[in-house]
Design a protein around this ligand. Sequence first.
Ligand SMILES: CC(C)(COP(=O)(O)OP(=O)(O)OC[C@H]1O[C@@H](n2cnc3c(N)ncnc32)[C@H](O)[C@@H]1OP(=O)(O)O)[C@@H](O)C(=O)NCCC(=O)NCCS
Length: 206
Amino acid sequence: MTVRRGVPDGAEERVAELYWEAFGRKLGAALNPPATGRHFIATHLHRDRAVVALAGDQVVGVAGFQLDGHGLTGGGVTDVFNTYGLFRGIPRLAVLALLERTPAPGQLVMDGIAVDADFRGNGIGSLLLRETFRVAVDHLCDEVRLDVIDVNPRARALYERHGFTAVRTEQTPYLRRLMGFGAVTTMHRSIAPPVGEVAPPAGERP
Ligand SMILES: CC(C)(COP(=O)(O)OP(=O)(O)OC[C@H]1O[C@@H](n2cnc3c(N)ncnc32)[C@H](O)[C@@H]1OP(=O)(O)O)[C@@H](O)C(=O)NCCC(=O)NCCS
């Protein structure tokens, strides 16, 4: 198992498949039907906004993040209209806007972490989180932020084990029918060294 930064050239469809398998309910509200949605994600990926886990040359896990105005998943207004048409595109843009997250200064925002169902429970998610923290260090971020939905307590437990703490929960009853969850909790994890400690050189950071 290796972890690397960036989606390998040619693995876009595979990453889109992993994302869709993990977040299809949420993404489907904006990008269905599934084949079109997966293709849309694959076509508009920002390959440098992810860390991936590889078993051999097969991508088995991915963690996307936002930095400097780009996240792993891309595609703008024109792309949505080109793919879905004008009248079907407008409501989809509204749904996509609901999913948008803007990093505050000094924050790296995680876009989603997904591990192939056959490989879960083997520490891959943890490896992806640790590499994402290193990306945050390298980009001089002092905090990593993510959102976790109320119907995913195991993912939340994983994040808590990796030092995230919940900072607020937004009730989203209007999304329960559309996307399958009724609340979203925002979690933060500090990257900055504790007061009085000097950050180790980049190569030696956790
Ligand atoms: C969450 C996820 C990325 C964890 O990846 P992983 O490689 O299994 O993670 P690790 O092996 O490092 O850690 C396992 C822990 O992950 C958490 N976990 C969450 N969902 C899990 C699942 N379906 N299977 C196994 N572990 C899961 C648990 O805390 C588990 O520990 P536990 O067995 O003590 O409950 C993975 O389960 C996944 O892709 N889930 C679907 C997508 C998702 O929910 N992403 C998070 C959105 S906020």
